[in-house]
Design a protein around this ligand. Structure first.
Ligand SMILES: [Zn+2]
Length: 109
């Protein structure tokens, strides 16, 4: 939250501690080999988080924009680059690497 600001990455709705609480969205889903690191997390509202499921970032961004929502693509891309840097430093994460590369191409900011 400190890093990203207090709004959903997908729809821009501001978080509060009552009706619209922040949830942790994984950039690379755990099922796709995403690490459980803070670098793999981004803040999303509950609705968007559950609506995305295991879909790719680019695919879901397109869908949200089709619904007239303002996706923070720059935040997503910035976080993907930070995750890449963390992986380069720590090693491993062989499944997450190609996923990140594909999503960066797909987001095309
Ligand atoms: Zn949202």
């Amino acid at each position: 939250m400190e890093r990203d600001g207090a709004a959903c990455v997908w729809c821009g709705s501001p978080f509060d501690d009552r009706l619209n609480t922040a949830t942790t969205e994984h950039l690379v889903p755990r099922i796709k080999g995403g690490p459980s690191w803070v670098e793999n997390e981004v803040a999303a509202c509950r609705r968007c988080n559950s609506a995305r499921g295991h879909r790719g970032l680019g695919e879901f961004a397109d869908e949200c924009e089709g619904l007239g929502r303002e996706v923070d693509r720059e935040r997503i891309v910035r976080c993907l680059h930070a995750l890449s840097a963390a992986i380069a430093e720590q090693g491993g994460q062989r499944r997450a690497r190609p996923y990140i590369a594909t999503q960066l191409r797909r987001l095309d900011v």
